[in-house]
Ligand binder design. Structure first.
Ligand SMILES: *Cc1c(COP(=O)(O)O)cnc(C)c1O
Length: 816
């Protein structure tokens, strides 16, 4: 491992040599992409040795490893994060500057690796960063989608989806590992062969075989020499079967398997292909884990001492059955022994209580696509029912069994087949126990636990917000860069005017950076001294972007019709993709865009209000928006947002949260105290009361509140141009269909909460103190702590002392 430091001169020489070697070009003539490629190659080759060592050390030291299975990963760009974690960032930045190159222009050449929809995939990637940074033996397992999530454009205010060709210019970070390929079987049928000794051997006849080829990407830990692996699988035609797949259609069917990520994290679509994807990466991943284990000369029955498999949401739930299949059919283990191991190895995270997102597959589809897996699931189900009969009542068994009403319930499979089920925030985990999974909690109380989500604070603060990072370094030293809880040292300066001033200047610099970005992207010039009010997340009715819009329209009418003049100017910033099939969400986008246009074209309001809806929300966009935010909108209907993580990112960057008591908002309030967050709206128990009593009448709020009526009417009375259909649809959702997410119910409380925000902002002394307290208390949401809890409580893995989290500011583990 590196002992000599990485110095600027050595780097420059090496960089220029490699540029010549690769492109036969001088730095003056090189394109930014050539520079990007050269720098990326240098980075990768410099961590390659540690990558190899990390892997072989885990084996050599007989360390137990976790494999984190997730159908989505959303890493964003890798270059700067790798530079930071290698300890190279400042040196490389300075060296390139000497050569007349801005590092930020170079890193912008990298397309976002956008293999996820939103929170679920981003969490998986934050965890990858933190697992490596804690020196924990852990790897990711997923799918290498050829087109990431769609690219979003607005045309006439409507969302249009275009393919995201993120691989068009290659991918610097991945390594194709042909030799680690495995075959995955689909379709066909199972014949049970009886051997002479009476044993029964299942044979999968007439299968369609797909070759799974892994592409590995190094996950570089923060200054600790650990480089873990994110393994993403691609589908190819098996070499030996080439001749069998002659037709274009057959070839295309295999390519299609890993072509797109289903652009929705809460509704299922493209169902058959999606199910194929799920089995594909599950089978490939589990097979490769077992194949690797068998090289270790360990007994199969001790496998749980070496392997933990994590099921991130229900999509990889077939891990349970695939693991059983391999132990039974390939390893000839008894059912009891195999089941015992499976439950010990598997663990599951539930990410949502929205019932439409709890996956169910039809028996027919699963049985025809995976005849052997289906048999195994049937047998798990049969034994489950047998075991519970007489122990608990019959109705409970019917509600919790895996197969019922012609459907296979994937969450049930995941819970029954694993030793741990966790929710992702305190409230969410409580709701799992008391409501959503209450039946399972009665059966397996010890399996349920909470692990509140976290974020990779290195990316969301050190990388995204250098202005704030510099203020922190100067005020509290650098240890917060290693130990997120040291941000708490900032509390010593909560009344310090000079520190307040610096925080204010950092925020202003970030607002100017965002304003310049917005000007360049949209041509719109925004007021850099307005309140920057930010809501960035998937577009979904439960997240209530509509409530935000109702407030904006309220301000609009106050200016236009009530003569309000002393409104604090605000810029409302949105970023959100809607699932292509989610009609209602797309209508909301259209209406927000039209209201934005109406405001912009009206000089009477345009200097006080503006709406900026940025296209194609992504990790890289979030990195520009979040540091500039004054206000963080976390306004989902209480009980619906499992945790949320943009709430944590925004808090860490000093935004003040306006929030319902939902998901991790509650834990943010506990961290900062009531005076430093603005809470409003129904609580989760009030929401459940409404459900129980069925006594919510949206219309009564519309009738009783003239301001609300004015706003809701504007969707259908011609006030807003070009929204004839969409406006009516929203109007009807609120009044005809009784407002499923209690938007009208929470309206008044929300508008009042926004007044409180405005008042607080107008008292900058108070505001800056609030902001400081938010930054100071955000350390607890570092994913470093979250993954350590998973490691201790669920996975039972640990870091070897020398790969533990770095603490030494001088230590640069990677040399050239
Ligand atoms: C953090 C993040 C999310 C999750 O946002 P929530 O507000 O928690 O839903 C989604 N997309 C991207 C790109 C993110 O960085």
């Amino acid at each position: 491992m590196g002992v000599t430091t990485m110095n600027k001169t050595a780097f420059k020489k090496k960089f220029l040599d490699l540029l010549t070697e690769k492109f036969a070009i001088s730095v003056e003539d090189a394109s930014l992409f050539e520079i990007y490629t050269t720098l990326g190659t240098l980075i990768r080759s410099s961590y390659a040795k540690d990558w190899r060592h990390t892997w072989s050390n885990y084996d050599h030291e007989q360390q137990k490893q976790v494999y984190y299975f997730s159908i989505e990963f959303l890493p964003g760009r890798m270059m700067k994060s790798n530079l930071l974690n290698m300890g190279w960032l400042d040196t490389v930045q300075a060296a390139l500057a000497d050569l007349g190159i801005q590092l930020d222009d170079v890193v912008a050449q990298e397309p976002d690796m956008a293999l996820g929809n939103g929170g679920l995939g981003r969490l998986a990637s934050c965890f990858m960063d933190s697992i490596a940074s804690e020196g924990l033996p852990g790897n990711g397992n997923g799918i290498r989608y050829k087109y990431g999530l769609f690219k979003q454009k607005f045309i006439d205010g409507y969302q249009v989806e275009l393919p995201n060709e993120w691989l068009a210019r290659g991918n610097l970070w991945e390594v194709r590992r042909e030799s680690k390929s495995v075959d995955v079987y689909f379709n066909g049928y199972v014949r049970l062969n009886k051997l002479d000794d009476g044993t029964i051997v299942p044979v999968h006849e007439d299968p369609t075989i797909v070759r799974a080829v892994p592409y590995d990407t190094g996950m570089v830990g923060f200054r600790n020499g650990t480089v873990n692996t994110l393994r993403l699988w691609d589908a190819e035609i098996p070499l030996s079967e080439e001749s069998l797949y002659r037709s274009i259609e057959q070839r295309r069917a295999i390519q299609d398997l890993t072509s797109v990520l289903y652009p929705d994290d809460s509704n299922e679509e493209g169902r058959r292909l999606r199910l194929m994807q799920e089995y594909f990466f599950v089978s490939a991943g589990v097979q490769s884990i077992l194949r690797h284990f068998k090289t270790k000369q360990q007994k199969m029955q001790n496998l749980d001492e070496f392997v933990a498999i994590h099921i991130n949401d229900t999509h990889p739930a077939m891990c349970v059955a695939e693991f059983m299949r391999l132990l039974l059919d390939e390893e000839k283990m008894s059912w009891e022994r195999a089941w015992n191991l499976t439950v010990k190895v598997m663990s599951y995270t539930n990410h949502t209580i929205m019932s439409e997102a709890l996956e169910k597959w039809s028996v027919e589809m699963l049985q025809s696509m995976q005849p052997r897996i289906y048999q195994i699931i049937e047998e798990i189900d049969r034994r489950f029912v047998e075991e519970m009969t007489g122990v608990v009542d019959w109705e409970l068994i019917q509600r919790t069994r895996i197969i019922s009403d012609g459907l296979v319930h994937m969450a049930h499979l995941a819970i029954i087949g694993s030793h741990s089920t966790n929710g992702v925030a305190k409230l969410h985990s409580d709701l799992l126990k008391t409501v959503v999974l209450h039946d399972f909690y009665r059966l397996y109380p010890d399996r349920f636990n909470n692990k509140t989500n976290g974020i990779a604070e290195r990316r969301w603060l050190q990388l995204a917000n250098p202005s704030l990072s510099t203020v922190l370094d100067k005020t509290i030293g650098q240890t917060w860069r290693y130990e997120a809880n040291d941000l708490h040292l900032l509390m010593n300066y909560s009344e310090d005017k000079a520190v307040h001033k610096q925080l204010q200047q950092a925020k202003q610099a970030n607002k100017e950076r965002l304003a310049a970005f917005i000007l360049q992207e949209t041509g719109v010039r925004i007021n850099e001294h307005a309140i920057f009010d930010v809501q960035i997340k998937r577009l979904h009715a439960y997240k209530r972007q509509l409530l935000n819009l109702l407030h904006i329209l309220t301000l609009y009418f106050e200016i236009k019709e009530e003569g309000f003049t002393d409104i604090q100017p605000r810029v409302f910033i949105f970023g959100a993709k809607a699932a292509p099939s989610y009609h209602y969400a797309k209508s909301i986008i259209k209406v927000i865009n039209e209201v934005g246009k109406m405001i912009q074209e009206d000089p009477e309001v345009s200097d006080k209000l503006s709406i900026v809806f940025l296209e194609d929300y992504s990790v890289s966009l979030a990195e520009v928006i979040i540091p500039a935010a004054d206000v963080s909108e976390q306004i989902s209907l209480a009980s619906k947002e499992a945790s949320g993580t943009s709430n944590m990112k925004l808090m860490l960057n000093g935004a003040i949260t306006i929030a319902t008591l939902d998901g991790a908002n509650i834990e943010i309030r506990d961290a900062v105290g009531d005076e430093n967050i603005v809470i409003f709206g129904l609580t989760e128990s009030q929401v459940y009361d409404y459900y129980e009593q069925a006594n919510y009448h949206a219309y009564s709020y519309y009738e009783a509140l003239p301001k609300l009526k004015r706003v809701v009417d504007s969707f259908v009375d011609g006030t807003i141009a070009n929204i004839y259909q969409e406006g009516k649809e929203i109007f009807d959702s609120l009044l005809t269909y009784n407002d499923e997410f209690f938007v009208l119910r929470d309206y008044e409380a929300y508008v009042n909460a926004q007044k409180e925000i405005e008042k607080a902002y107008q008292n900058q002394e108070r505001w800056l103190k609030m902001s400081l307290i938010n930054v100071a208390n955000a350390g607890r949401f570092s994913a470093d702590y979250t993954v350590m809890k998973y490691a201790e409580d669920i996975w039972q893995i640990e870091a070897k002392p020398k790969s533990r989290k770095a603490k030494d500011e001088k230590y640069v583990p990677y040399t050239l």
